[in-house]
Ligand binder design. Structure first.
Ligand code: BDR
Ligand code: CA
Length: 315
């Protein structure tokens, strides 16, 4: 099975993804590295420790960045993920934190160096830790196997941003970091809104998980209550998009997705901050600042029924 470091800002859909990564036979989650995003870093780390302990995941938890590289912090998305990141599920604020003493980016570099070609970085929060890792040890691009990211939106089928008309939350939280990660010379696959907006956990689907999947199903159902309330009040639907679990699904079975190749860049300032653009054609442009960058993969199609079935089967 595929060894991963799961970089996350739990986060309701992050929790759903953690449980999926733990449950799926093709995925071996060696470490959980945390990042600010859906909550402040202390909340995200506490939630990660709680989930790791409660469900006996046995992963090493490592704390990462508390804020973006250069932009002003956007702050936690309380309206989507609740006061402390897991909706109405409150982890005690004094819950014991057992973490590796290194900062997350150092841990990533070390583990990749000790296991060359074996580790996949799966990142489902702002990309700050990955950018810091690139700065700390540029050799990491050769040491990791690949990088899989939940984030970004390229506009296929009208699936543009979720925090602005053009920007997706994880990229918008730290656009400079995201641009560094996409331009680096390592293979990146982006699982963004173009596919996650095609896949949906309905209220019925989550009820069924609760009935059939024991404590894990119950926990997913509990954390999803706040998320579903947000979706019904602000988006007008009964259910939620399958963001972070889709990145795990890609690692477990890439054949679920159709991809498009080409260099990817991020807008780092102005009204379009956080917008992502892929040059996916062979055209000559007069100011081609793009051809120098490595081609990355953007997921544009997903076998939504098969993904939902796989999630249920493994949970
Ligand atoms: C992404 O933003 C966060 O709110 C979710 O956890 C997910 O990683 C979706 O845009
Ligand atoms: Ca997330």
């Amino acid at each position: 099975s595929q060894k991963i470091i799961f970089d996350t800002d739990p986060g309701i859909d992050d929790a759903m993804a953690l449980l999926f990564a733990h449950a799926h036979d093709n995925v071996d989650m060696v470490a959980i590295t945390t990042v600010y995003g859906n909550g402040v870093i202390e909340d995200c780390t506490r939630n990660a420790c709680y989930i790791n302990d409660t469900f006996n995941m046995g992963a090493t938890v490592v704390q990462g960045a508390a804020g973006p590289l250069t932009r002003d912090p956007v702050g936690p998305t309380v309206v989507v993920h609740g006061e402390h990141g897991l909706g109405t599920v409150e982890v005690p604020l004094d819950y014991p934190i057992n973490i590796d003493p290194r900062p997350a980016h150092e841990y990533m570099c070390d583990l990749a160096r000790e296991n060359p070609g074996e580790i996949t970085l799966v990142a489902v929060g702002p990309l700050t830790n990955l950018a810091l890792a690139l700065q700390h040890d540029p050799e990491i691009v050769n040491n990791v196997k690949e990088v899989v990211i939940m984030g970004a939106a390229f506009g296929e089928g009208g699936h543009r941003g979720n925090v602005s008309p053009v920007a997706e939350a994880n990229i918008h939280d730290d656009p400079h970091a995201a641009d560094q990660v996409f331009c680096a010379d390592w293979p990146v696959t982006i699982v963004g809104l173009d596919v996650t907006h095609q896949t949906f956990f309905t209220g019925d689907y989550l009820d069924e998980l609760r009935r059939s999947a024991g404590e894990v199903g119950e926990f997913i159902w509990q954390v999803s209550r706040f998320y579903l309330k947000f979706y019904s009040e602000k988006v007008g639907v009964d259910g939620c998009h399958v963001h972070d679990p889709s990145a795990v699904a890609y690692v477990a079975d890439p054949s679920l997705f159709g991809v498009r190749k080409g260099p990817v860049r991020v807008v780092t300032e102005g009204p379009a901050i956080g917008m992502t653009i892929q040059k996916s054609d062979e055209r000559f442009y007069h100011h081609d600042e793009w051809s120098c960058f490595r081609s990355q993969q953007v997921c544009v199609e997903v076998d939504n029924q098969r993904l939902l079935q796989m999630y249920k089967d493994s949970i």
